[in-house]
Design a protein around this ligand. Structure first.
Ligand code: ATP
Length: 378
């Protein structure tokens, strides 16, 4: 496999105080500071309308910021038109030239710059996206995933320092999208330049990116590595956006070393201090405890004595259960939570775990996270 080392990767992308208010007075992006480390695969993740495309377009130069600056390494590119920035963008619509074959589509950017001998570069680039054998085909003779790979090759041929990807996989079916996620990740690792990827799909962001910025209403709500965001969400918004969470409102009863002990109904609950992101942790303060469904075990109440010590535990009654292949999903009613969701994986099938059964939900306290109780968990 040919590699494509790039001598000058351009440095970090730094947005400082960047914001966008459109002519109609609508503020799509509130002043935000963001640093995208050079060579990283960075995802802007959020629901439709949260401002992620606007942010990307300001980096590309396709949208003029209302305030703030865009730096690429040491270069202030805020006032530069798109074609003068060392960045390129891949859009959801591949926008390939239908009358040109794949080779000429990829060669286009080089030829436009007046470069005569393009063969090695184009062949290398087609190798990179694994389309060498298709180079004489026209775009309509390729699958959606292959066409998107041509679009990526075409965007990389001029050696941009940053590749911007605006929902590039949005038009593909689910299976192809999953394949392309891994493919894009491999390409990014090989070329080594910064990729900034916009998506509303949390699984996509978590699969591909080193760092994810979760956006909400024009702001970056939280920034971090995927595992960190998933395990330590700083708000109910992030907790809910990156998967399903159960929430319990609890009161701090005291401390045991670095851990907080909590009161909530009959629940025996511990929250490791490091997993608590609330401002105040005095006795009597309220905390919203979160726990992911797959971290919870379910034991029939008759067997409760077999649950090891040191587990967080609450009681409930099974409201519903459904077998979903790798796991069984239980919905459990509890006075502490409107409806607990529990995904029990690889447990021996216990015939007593049917709707109506009394159960104990239990989990390792390390899998608990604590949030400000004033937040709306909906
Ligand atoms: P999507 O995934 O749907 O593209 P997004 O998070 O990328 O969403 P943006 O495209 O950045 O969101 O748009 C953010 C908000 O700004 C939206 O409410 C959108 O309607 C609004 N907006 C975008 N472009 C303009 C414009 N030219 N004039 C006025 N409002 C705009």
């Amino acid at each position: 496999m040919t590699t494509h080392p790039q001598s000058d990767h351009g440095g970090d992308v730094r947005l400082t105080g960047i914001s966008k208010t459109y002519d109609n007075g609508f503020t799509a992006v509130r002043p935000l500071d963001l640093t995208v480390p050079q060579g990283s695969f960075f995802a802007l993740l959020g629901a439709s309308g949260c401002g992620k495309t606007t942010t990307l377009r300001m980096i590309a130069g396709l949208e003029e910021p209302t305030t703030g600056t865009v730096m690429l390494g040491d270069q202030d590119v805020t006032g530069l038109p798109p074609y003068k920035r060392p960045v390129n963008t891949v859009f959801q619509s591949y926008a390939l030239f239908p009358h040109l074959d794949i080779y000429e589509n990829v060669a286009f950017g080089l030829r436009r710059r007046g470069i005569k001998s393009v063969q090695k570069q184009v062949d290398d680039m087609l190798d990179l996206v694994q389309l060498g054998e298709h180079k004489r085909k026209k775009p309509h003779q390729l699958s959606g995933g292959q066409q998107q790979r041509v679009a990526v090759a075409r965007a990389l041929i001029n050696h941009p320092k940053v590749l911007l990807l605006d929902e590039p996989l949005g038009a593909l079916d689910l299976k192809l999208r999953r394949q392309m996620q891994l493919e894009l990740k491999r390409i990014q690792t090989e070329v080594g330049i910064t990729f900034i990827h916009v998506t509303h799909d949390q699984e996509e962001a978590m699969t591909m990116a080193d760092t994810v910025a979760v956006m909400n209403q024009g702001r970056v709500e939280q920034l971090g590595a995927p595992t960190d965001l998933y395990e330590n969400p700083g708000s109910t918004f992030v907790a809910n956006f990156l998967g399903t969470s159960n929430f319990i409102e609890a009161e701090i009863a005291g401390r045991a070393g670095d851990d907080l002990t909590l009161r909530a109904g009959d629940g025996k609950l511990v929250l490791p201090g490091a997993r608590c992101s609330t401002a105040s942790t005095a006795t009597g303060d309220k905390v919203l405890l979160g726990v992911r469904p797959e971290k919870i075990s379910l034991t029939h109440a008759d067997d409760a004595s077999q649950i090891p010590d040191g587990r967080n535990r609450i009681t409930g009654r099974i409201a519903d259960s459904s077998f979903i292949g790798v796991s069984t999903q239980y919905v459990v009613d509890s006075p502490l939570c409107d409806a607990f969701e529990v995904y029990a994986q690889n447990i021996e099938r216990d015939a007593r775990l049917v709707p109506g059964a009394e159960v104990v939900l239990h989990w390792n306290p390390a899998h608990t996270f604590g949030l400000d109780a004033a937040q709306d968990a909906e």
